[in-house]
Design a protein around this ligand. Structure first.
Ligand SMILES: [Zn+2]
Length: 315
């Protein structure tokens, strides 16, 4: 008999940046002939990305990525994103975006800004493209001898022409966790670097040689002095800003503990009941992370329904 699921540990669904539908066709990445033919196919769509931004078109209710044909693609590192169910192949290029066209509703937008508004297909393509472009833009030399590296035909690895070493995209795992006390109040904190009303749940990077669950326990203790137990995983989504994978958790804080905030990282932290949190959000005394973030989903899953009040964010 399977034990009943612990309350709060139900898997999250519909995370904004975990919705991709395009097949990554990993088996094609070493097939230079297939890649060359796909690049010559007029049906192929190219997405230019630069510094986490792409062109989007707003057409009434609909918001979509602006794709270009391969012959219109800017100069820059090219990478294969995948192939959809209709056989259309998608590439990304890290390069100039081309002009925003006001009359046509075309503008420059960041993944953070539009990741939750795009279709499943477009959200997945933009997330994938931004992640790969960020890696290419910042890993241009061999870490062993400093020689400029050469991307493979699919743009999913690079090779050093001097020593032949092969290099792969990096993803940095980070944990993000909602901690509850015995009264089922949740722990929200304001980062010292954040302005005004912003609060969120705790987060931090997984260290080398550490499990994700160990990182949850260590980060909560470091930042708030709270010891947690019953750590359970609830879901993940990529956060390529510049290269994180956010691993979401719930954890429980046994009774009788005082919060001791690490003021290097946090300005404040406290327990919130559902009623107090809703009242503070409605009074605009607090603001939550945007719906594109896994933090917002974890907080709303604990609360039980959508909540008002969101950070406004600069691009
Ligand atoms: Zn080298």
């Amino acid at each position: 008999m399977t034990p009943p699921e612990r309350p709060g540990c139900a898997p999250l669904d519909n995370l904004a940046l975990a919705r991709g539908t395009v097949d990554r066709v990993t088996e094609r990445r070493t097939d230079r002939d297939w890649i060359d033919a796909a690049w010559k196919d007029p049906r192929t769509r190219v997405l230019a990305v630069r510094d986490g931004h792409a062109l989007v078109r707003e057409d009434g209710e609909h918001l979509g990525l602006v794709f270009i044909a391969p012959e219109e693609a800017p100069a820059g590192t090219r990478f294969l994103l995948g192939e959809d169910a209709d056989g259309v192949v998608y590439f990304g290029v890290s390069g100039p975006l081309g002009p925003a066209v006001k009359g046509l509703g075309v503008r420059v937008a960041s993944l953070r800004e539009v990741g939750a508004l795009l279709s499943d297909r477009d959200a997945g393509l933009l997330t994938h493209a931004v992640a790969l472009a960020n890696w290419h833009d910042t890993h241009v030399r061999c870490p062993l001898d400093g020689t400029p590296t050469v991307p493979d035909p699919a743009g999913h690895s690079t090779r050093c022409p001097t020593d032949g070493s092969e290099h792969f995209p990096r993803t940095d795992p980070a944990v993000i966790m909602l901690v509850t006390d015995p009264e089922d109040r949740c722990l929200l904190a304001r980062n010292a670097a954040w302005p005004g009303r912003r609060v969120s749940i705790l987060a931090g990077f997984v260290e080398p040689g550490e499990s994700a669950e160990q990182a949850v326990i260590r980060e909560v203790a470091e930042e708030t002095g709270i010891t947690v137990t019953n750590v359970c995983y609830v879901g993940s989504q990529p956060w390529p800003m510049p290269r994180s994978l956010m691993l979401g958790f719930r954890a429980e804080a046994p009774a009788g503990q005082a919060i001791a905030v690490d003021h290097d990282e946090l300005a404040e932290a406290r327990w919130w009941s559902r009623a107090d949190l809703l009242a503070a959000l409605q009074a605009r005394e607090l603001a939550l992370p945007p719906p594109v973030s896994i933090a917002r989903h974890i907080i709303e899953a604990w609360y039980g329904s959508p909540l008002p009040s969101t950070w406004t964010h600069a691009r």
